[in-house]
Design a protein around this ligand. Structure first.
Ligand code: HMG
Ligand code: MG
Length: 301
C-alpha cells in the first residue's frame, strides 16, 4: 500500500458550511475567506449562485465574491446549478465553478428539483458557456453511499453518473457522502466501482462526518490513490436538503492526519485553526474539530 506524497485540500467551509447557517453576516464571510487565503490553501469554495428561495443563506454570494481580497494562486469557486447561476458567477469574476447532481433520484429531486437525467441535460449549456470562458468545471456527485430518501446507493450507479459528469467535460468529480453514513469498507466498494469508470486522479472525496467516520474513510480513500480531499474549516457544514446531515470533515483534522502520515498539503494548520476559531466565535459555538479544540487548549495554557 502506498500513500500519496501530496494531497490537495478543497476548502468548502464558506460554502458547504455557511449554506447551513442563517445568521452569518456578509462581513464575517469575507473575513473568513480572507483568513483562509493566508493559510496556503489553493482552492476555496466561496459561495453558491443558487435560487435564494431555496438557499437564502447564500443570497449574498455575489457580494462576498466581490469583497474578498483575491490571491493570484488561489482558485475561488462557486456552485452553479444552471445557466442563470453560471452567468452570475461569471459576472463576479469566478475562476472556477461546480455543477452538482446526485447518484440517487430522490435527493436530486429534493436538492435541485429535477431528475438525474434532467440535471445532466441542464448542465450541457452550463458546460458550453463555461468552456467559452475557459472556466474549469468541477462535478459534485451526492449520496455516493446512502441517500436520505432512497436508502443505500448502488456503487455501480455512482460509477455510471461519475462517468457521465466526466463525459460532460468536468475536470474532476467530487464524491459526496452527503449524510456521512459511510464506513471504510463501503467507501472502498464504492471507490472500486468508480475507479473502473473514471481515472483516480480525476476523483475527489467529500465526506460529511455525521457518524464520525470521515477521517477513517479518508484514510481508506488515500490508500486507494485519492489525492484531493474536500473539507471544511472548524467542521462547518451540512446540506439543507439532507436533514440530520452534519458538517464536512474538519480541515484541521485532515491536516493533522496528513501531517502524521507524512503527506504534504501546503496548508498551515495553526493559521487554518485560527480562521476556524474566528468563524466559530461568530456562530457562538465550538469547532467540531478535535484537533482545533486541542490546539486551542494548548494555546491557552
Ligand atoms: P426551480 O425552482 O426548479 O428553478 O429550482 P426554476 O428554473 O423554475 O426557477 C425558479 C425561480 O428561481 C425563478 O425565480 C428563477 O429566476 C430562480 P422567480 O421567477 O420565481 O422569481 N432561479 C435562480 N435564482 C438565482 N440563481 C439561480 C437561479 N435559478 C433559478 N441560479 C434550482 C431549481 C436548481 C434553481 C433550485 O433547486 C436550487 O437553487 N437548488 C440549490 C439547492 C442547493 O444549493 N443545495 C445545497 C448545495 S448541494 C450540496 O450541499 C451537496 C454537496 O455539498 C455535495 C454533498 O455533500 O453531497 C455539493
Ligand atoms: Mg457537502
Amino acid at each position: 500500500m502506498t500513500l500519496p506524497n501530496h494531497v490537495n485540500i478543497v476548502e468548502v467551509g464558506a460554502r458547504d458550511g455557511l449554506q447551513n447557517e442563517s445568521r452569518v453576516s456578509t462581513e464575517a464571510k469575507v473575513r473568513l475567506i480572507d483568513l483562509l487565503s493566508d493559510t496556503g490553501l489553493t482552492h476555496i469554495e466561496t459561495g453558491s449562485f443558487v435560487s435564494p428561495k431555496w438557499v437564502p443563506q447564500m443570497a449574498d454570494s455575489r457580494e462576498v465574491m466581490s469583497r474578498i481580497t483575491r490571491r493570484k494562486n488561489i482558485t475561488y469557486s462557486a456552485l452553479t446549478p444552471n445557466l442563470q447561476g453560471l452567468e452570475q458567477a461569471l459576472d463576479t469574476g469566478a475562476t472556477q465553478v461546480s455543477i452538482f447532481t446526485s447518484s440517487s433520484e430522490r435527493f436530486c429531486q429534493h436538492n435541485i428539483n429535477c431528475s438525474i437525467a434532467e440535471s445532466l441535460t441542464r448542465f450541457e449549456p452550463v458546460m458550453a458557456l463555461a468552456n467559452e470562458h475557459n472556466i474549469p468545471v468541477r462535478g459534485y456527485l451526492s449520496c455516493v453511499v446512502d441517500c436520505p430518501y432512497d436508502g443505500a446507493t448502488n456503487p455501480t450507479q455512482v460509477g455510471r453518473i461519475a462517468h457521465l459528469l466526466m463525459d460532460l467535460g468536468c475536470y474532476e468529480v467530487s464524491l459526496g457522502d452527503t449524510i456521512g453514513t459511510g464506513t471504510p469498507i463501503r467507501i472502498a466498494n464504492m471507490l472500486e466501482a468508480v475507479q473502473q469508470k473514471v481515472p483516480t486522479d480525476k476523483l475527489a472525496v467529500h465526506f460529511h462526518d455525521t457518524w464520525g467516520q470521515a477521517l477513517a474513510n479518508i484514510y481508506q480513500a488515500l490508500t486507494m490513490g485519492i489525492k484531493t480531499i474536500d473539507s471544511s474549516v472548524a467542521g462547518l457544514g451540512g446540506c439543507p436538503y439532507a436533514h440530520g446531515a452534519s458538517g464536512n470533515v474538519a480541515t484541521e483534522d485532515v491536516l493533522y492526519l496528513c501531517q502524521g502520515l507524512g503527506i504534504e498539503t501546503g496548508v498551515d494548520l495553526e493559521l487554518l485553526a485560527k480562521a476556524g476559531w474566528m468563524i466559530s466565535e461568530e456562530l457562538n459555538r465550538q469547532p467540531t474539530s478535535k484537533v482545533s479544540l486541542a490546539l486551542k487548549h494548548r494555546s491557552e495554557i
